[in-house]
Design a binder for this molecule. Structure first.
Ligand SMILES: C[S@@+](CC[C@H](N)C(=O)[O-])C[C@H]1O[C@@H](n2cnc3c(N)ncnc32)[C@H](O)[C@@H]1O
Length: 270
């Protein structure tokens, strides 16, 4: 199986190890992966399901390792990898990522906490768990980084109360105009709500991630025209974000139901 040149929008139903091994080196600018978290449960909705049981933590790491090595090879010099996991495995995964990236001049850019707020949690003897961990690693110091700002707060909007003809907000002090650059620079704790059960965005795939989360990641670490790869693409959220932001994309999933849902979703964007 190989990706022929010029193919810029592709969905493949297979084990990602098989597909990654067939890809040329240095072809992807951004890889986001949201593999099963090893919750040791079957993840189900009415429309689809997948197995999330990989045995011990060591067996889980052994599953990820050859796949991460291939992803590292496939990333280009300015490329980044975002790995999504949770508290059950994040400590093991971080050591694994260090072992794959650091010996070759790579670096850990950030450990992002995604605080999703919503969602069921049956904890009665511990705190409710309301965050995931996303590790951002880069192939080299020269990784693409587009700093993002949050929207201005109401207090900033009151301060920058004038509008220029081009729509930019500004304030006037001692006769000089000061333009608003936007809200606070984005930090490493992200408050983005999980998708509510009845939201229009929901496509019925278990563990579907919000589009806002993926648009942020794609916007941060890639440029229009770059190749964005998701080797565990599920319902295709990363690919939708890439398409909306003018990136090329490649999605892989072993589950035919995931590929069917992702393909339908992508077709709807036109
Ligand atoms: C957590 S889900 C991804 C959800 C996705 N981020 C979304 O927003 O819909 C993990 C996916 O990994 C897939 N998967 C599991 N093992 C795989 C493998 N070896 N190769 C490719 N995909 C795999 C599962 O079928 C599942 O769809």
């Amino acid at each position: 199986m190989s990706l022929s040149s010029g193919e810029t929008a592709t969905l493949i139903c297979a084990d990602c190890l098989e597909v990654l091994s067939s890809l040329p080196s240095n072809c992807a600018r951004l890889i986001y992966l949201d593999p099963p978290f090893n919750t040791r449960k079957r993840r189900c909705t009415r429309l689809a399901s997948f197995e999330d049981a990989f045995g011990t933590s060591a067996e889980y790491v052994a599953f990820l390792q050859p796949r991460l090595e291939q992803m590292h090879r496939v990333l280009d010099e300015r490329g980044s990898l975002f790995l999504h996991c949770d508290w059950r495995t994040s400590h093991h995964v971080r050591l694994l990522l260090d072992s794959v990236f650091l010996p070759h001049g790579g670096l850990c850019v950030n450990q992002i906490i995604w605080h999703y707020g919503l969602g069921a949690s049956r904890s009665t003897r511990r705190l409710l768990t309301k965050h995931d961990v996303i590790f951002w690693y880069a192939r080299s110091e020269d990784y693409v980084f587009n700093p993002l700002r949050l929207p201005p707060t109401p207090a900033m909007e009151r301060k920058y109360c004038h509008r220029a003809p081009d729509g930019r907000r500004y304030m006037v002090s001692y006769g000089r105009r000061y333009f608003c650059k936007g809200g606070k620079l984005l930090d490493d704790v992200w408050d983005i709500p999980a998708i509510p059960p009845t939201a229009a965005e929901r496509v019925g795939y278990p563990t579907q991630k919000p589009l806002a989360l993926l648009q942020r990641i794609v916007g941060l670490a890639s440029e229009p025209g770059d190749l964005v790869l998701d080797p565990f693409c599920g319902s295709g959220t990363t690919l939708v974000a890439a398409k909306l932001l003018g990136r090329c994309w490649l999605g892989i999933d072993i589950n035919p139901d995931a590929i069917a849902i992702a393909s339908q979703r992508l077709a709807q964007i036109g």
